[in-house]
Design a protein around this ligand. Structure first.
Ligand SMILES: [Zn+2]
Length: 454
């Protein structure tokens, strides 16, 4: 690692006017601790001992100055290996394939796409570690770690007639061990060799249920190993990390990497995103009452207040449609807090304005699956979740926060409502335009707006 360039680049990062120095120092400490490892360690922002919302902006600002590289990683839902990696979102693809599991999967942007950082090659020439950490739930039958030129052995008992996979997590060599036939009491012995070309000498082994001894010789120049587990792996969520969906909710991502959008041909599935819609109450009447110019200024004030509170909670304003606003959030509670804070700010705004200029809004919140797309060179979401959120907003009365059953089932959302003193929640069965059948929705009124219902 070139410490001089690292020090110089960290100094540049700290000189940024809005830099948060303690976060940069936490990143620096982490880099020093990991520098002795044989491979360059990937910087997963959640591993740094500091709040994520302070660390991620500093890591992002480190990219354009040549301190860090940004890596988008696609992980296999089964073995968690990185199956694809790209430096720009424009290279992302909606479908992916894992060679280890020989399976295709949807590269869900919330579930299987991760973001890590690595030191720029000018600072650390070593390749960032292409780690393959199996899900914690995976049952491992045998584990070996062998230095170059060494041979080591281990014995395991495989009683199930099944297909097992053996891999080296470092060289990515792999093969299949098939257990079939009758159980045997004889110790079955196999010799495997880790070759220098990232392959084992044998890609297939066959044995009977019973005790099996594996001798592993390492003929590669680097450390190698062996892990054996059942070939058919179930899906397990990835361990805590920064997901692609979380990253695109950082305003710094849009400021610094605004040009990084999906290719216009690609669509990425998003397992769950919270969508918020708002609209001003009686805006048509307000334009008639105040005239276009004055009314437009009030609407602008409304956008300023709303956008500030959406962004403060990590939300992204996706678009405005007339006076209506559409925003996305990582969580339901972030959407709720942003709207409660905005309603309080509107209440204060109204105390300083003539009654003709008072701002009241109607809100809808829904959470569900969506598709991330590039629409007119901007990231946008599509799907029935988005339509439903808009329809829920349309049935809200002034000052009300309307939300779906999916949002109501989120205990954190309900706890947050209670924390803000919102006790008055009512359940309704309604027809939502364009959606078949009666839909259950909930309506809540905040303490700020309960006297301003029209
Ligand atoms: Zn896999």
């Amino acid at each position: 690692m070139n410490i001089n360039i690292l020090t110089e680049k960290l100094k540049i990062l700290k000189e940024r006017p809005a830099a948060f120095i303690p976060a940069i120092e936490a990143i620096h400490d982490w880099l020093l601790q990991s520098s002795a490892a044989p491979f360059q360690q990937r910087i997963s922002p959640v591993d740094i001992n500091f709040p994520l919302n302070k660390v991620v902006p500093e890591l992002l600002h480190g990219v354009p100055i040549g301190l860090f590289d940004l890596n988008w990683e696609v992980h296999c839902p089964q073995c968690h290996a990185i199956t694809q990696e790209y430096q720009s979102l424009s290279q992302a693809a909606g479908n992916a394939y894992c060679e280890n599991c020989r399976a295709e999967f949807e590269a869900d942007f919330a579930k299987w796409v991760n973001v890590t950082f690595s030191l720029n090659k000018e600072i650390d020439k070593r390749e960032p570690l292409l780690s393959c950490e199996l899900p914690d739930e995976t049952e491992i039958f045998l584990r070996l770690k062998v230095e170059p030129t060494e041979t080591k052995s281990a014995i395991m008992n495989l009683s199930d007639v099944d297909s097992y996979r053996y891999i080296c997590p470092l060289t990515k060599s792999q093969g299949i061990l098939t257990i079939s036939g009758a159980k045997t009491d004889v110790l079955q012995e196999f010799s495997l060799e880790q070759l220098a070309n990232n392959k084992f000498n044998l890609a297939k082994l066959q044995a009977h249920p019973g005790r099996i001894k594996i001798n592993l010789t390492n003929s590669a120049k680097i450390m190698a190993g062996l892990v054996i587990f059942k070939d058919a792996l179930p899906q397990h969520p990835l361990p805590p990390r920064l997901s692609g969906l979380e990253l695109i909710h950082y305003p710094e991502f849009h400021t610094l990497f605004g040009e990084q959008i999906l290719s216009s041909r690609e669509q990425m599935k998003v397992a769950a995103v919270t969508t918020l819609f708002t609209d001003i109450t009686g805006s048509t009447e307000m334009y008639e009452r105040l005239g276009d110019i004055v009314a437009y200024n009030v609407v602008r004030d409304h956008f300023d207040i709303l956008f500030t509170h959406i962004e403060q909670q990590g939300g992204t304003v996706l678009k405005t449609i007339g006076d209506a606003v559409m925003a996305s959030f990582i969580s339901n509670e972030a959407a709720l807090i942003s709207i409660i804070n905005a309603l309080e700010a509107f209440e204060q705004y109204n105390t300083t304005q003539h009654i003709d200029r008072h701002i009241n809004i109607k809100t809808g919140i829904h959470r569900g699956q969506a598709i991330l797309v590039n629409l007119n060179e901007r990231l946008d979401y599509f799907g029935s979740t988005i339509n439903k959120a808009a329809r829920i907003q349309a049935v809200a009365s002034s000052g009300e926060i309307c939300f779906s059953e999916q949002v109501y089932q989120d205990s954190k959302f309900i706890q947050t409502m209670k924390k803000f003193g919102i006790e008055n929640v009512t359940r309704h069965s309604v027809n939502l335009k364009g959606i078949d059948g009666l839909q259950t929705i909930y309506k809540a009124v905040t303490m700020f707006n309960k006297n301003t219902l029209l």
